[in-house]
Design a protein. Sequence first.
Length: 111
Amino acid sequence: MHYQSKQKMDEKTKEKVEKVINSDRIFVMMKGTPEQPMCGFSARVIHLLKDSKVKFAFFNIFDDHELMQQIKDYSDWPTTPQLYIEGKLIGGCDIIEQLAESGKLKEILKA
């Protein structure tokens, strides 16, 4: 099943989303904060990032529901968390955990 965006994104909105996603080399859209994740999936991704000892920015989707939807539309990915590296969507919790288990996550994070 592939998520389909409900509407085409205008250029201004696209630029806004890209500014947020590119606020750091490693960016996580999540429920809650790294100190207080509000769902198990977000907590698992944050745990993996902290274990990797990398600096990252985050966006708490509960702070701005409009921006949350815009990021989902931009990425064409319906769920959170979402991990971006250098503005590119890497994936959600399951994908991040698979990358960590294979050792590829550390390679991607350090590249």
